[in-house]
Ligand binder design. Structure first.
Ligand code: HAM
Length: 436
């Protein structure tokens, strides 16, 4: 049987890797100007980090999480003793980065009383057992940013501005993107609204599928996100939180809009945007591409999660952030024919005619590399003629031929492939002669 990568995963081949590097470099360049520093957390965590952090009512936790057992945990399950699994035996591949970053920040006490906000960025694979589609993978990659300890609405505006700047620098056409914003209220106004939506949903309980009834119990606002047609119809007439906000949340939201207006960022208000993770409070946002990606058109999203750090065992610390999907951005760039070109670095090919000259060729190859050049040579016992043919095919800038006569003079015959000229150059003068 031919071996294949698991469904929903993709190999990152060398050609595509250059695009990835391009995206992470743009993020690094822009986010670092805003004071973000890199963090890297493990690809797997204790299951509870995600269950508590992201919330049980989210699809990400309830349906899509890859649970991982340690080998001793696996033995317990195989013996029918799943209920005695310890925390270290019950793990999960990370479905997103925020819960892990919060866990790491708390574990290493990065937030001290009176400290400035902690701004962290990350990039890497995330895992969700979703049905594979264009732009929807089971192992996908995010670039994310989290700003912890910033209650002021200026921080909300700033992360959105930074994100839009990143999309622009990545090459996405400005008018191809829609920024959706909404507010999910806070502890003052959301509980009553949550109750109102729950009561509203339960009026239709005979028509609602099991899944929505479960949501109505755990997090009724998620019903706004439902893909089920009847639920969508019902939610179309549901009361909206924007009409129930407390004064503080209203002010926060209005201020956000005025900062975005001042920065010239266009947005659409979407009072039904609830996002798929349970930790959000107040500001939420999502960026969609208008054409090409179909249902998987969200290339990034985020928001405030003012309670998450407290729920995770820390001191109350308002925080916010976002993550973007690298595969989706690259698909959108491809659709817009805006993928960057990645010219290969110019190379030198060291050719040698036979076994006697090989050791010296090896020495020259190493010397040129140590002088900073990209160098190729023959490892297959090809004839000089076929080495030259190959060098031509590789479109190298120079060929350095090392025959016995040249070696006797500690020199190479250097062919400039663009100019078609050829000259004898001493090893010591090679670096000065080569112009790339
Ligand atoms: P999210 O909206 O679940 O948010 O994911 C962010 C982005 O990851 C999405 O907009 C999408 O581009 C990409 N993405 C998600 N699932 C898939 C998938 N199965 N295949 C391909 N791409 C996907 C979060 O993950 C939050 N942690 C964002 C955040 C950070 N909020 C606050 N801080």
């Amino acid at each position: 049987m031919a071996l294949r990568a698991p469904r929903g995963t993709e190999d990152l081949l060398p050609e595509a890797y250059a695009n990835w590097k391009f995206l992470t470099e743009r993020a690094d360049e822009i986010f670092s100007r805003y004071g973000y520093l890199y963090i890297e957390t493990p690809l797997f965590e204790h299951l509870d980090v995600f269950v508590h952090g992201i919330g049980e009512s989210s699809d990400v936790v309830s349906k899509e999480m890859f649970r991982v057992l340690s080998p001793d945990g696996y033995s317990k399950v195989a013996a029918g003793k799943a209920e005695s699994l310890k925390a270290d035996q019950r793990l999960a591949l990370r479905p997103e980065g925020t819960a892990s970053v919060v866990r790491a920040v708390l574990e290493h006490s990065l937030i001290m009383p009176g400290s400035a906000p902690i701004k962290l960025m990350y990039s890497g694979p995330m895992f969700r057992a979703e049905r594979q589609q264009r732009g929807r993978l089971r192992q996908f990659h995010q670039i994310g940013a989290e700003c912890l300890g910033a209650p002021d609405v200026m921080a909300d505006a700033e992360v959105i501005i930074m994100l839009m700047e990143f999309f622009e620098r990545a090459g996405l056409k400005k008018d191809s993107l829609t920024l959706l914003i909404n507010t999910l209220g806070d502890d003052n106004c959301r509980p009553q609204y949550r109750q109102e939506i729950q009561d509203y949903l339960l009026k239709y309980k005979d028509e609602l599928p099991e899944e929505t009834l479960r949501q109505a119990e755990l997090n009724p606002l998620r019903a706004f996100d439902s893909k089920i047609e009847r639920v969508q119809e019902i939610m179309a007439d549901a009361p909206l939180l924007k009409d129930r906000l407390c004064d503080e949340c209203k002010k926060h939201y209005e201020e956000l809009k005025s900062y975005l207006d001042a920065a010239g960022i266009s947005y659409e208000e979407d009072p039904r945007l609830v996002r798929g993770l349970d930790y959000y409070t107040r500001t939420v946002f999502e960026i969609q591409v208008k054409d090409g990606l179909g249902a998987q058109n969200a290339i990034g999203g985020g928001g405030r999660y003012d309670k998450l750090i407290e729920i995770s065992g820390g001191k109350p610390t308002p925080a916010l952030g976002f993550a973007v999907g690298m595969e989706r951005i690259l698909l959108a760039l491809e659709d817009q024919e805006a993928l960057p070109a990645h010219p290969r670095q110019k190379q030198i090919y060291v050719a040698y005619p036979n076994e006697h000259t090989k050791a010296e060729a090896f020495f020259v190859v190493q010397r040129l590399r140590s002088e900073g050049f990209v160098v190729e040579t023959d490892y297959q016992g090809r004839s000089l003629k076929s080495q030259l043919k190959l060098a031509n095919k590789l479109q190298v800038a120079y060929v350095a031929i090392l025959g016995e006569d040249e070696i006797a003079q500690k020199s190479v015959r250097l062919k400039d492939m663009d100019k078609g000229t050829e000259e004898l150059v001493a090893y010591d003068n090679l670096a000065a002669h080569i112009v790339l």
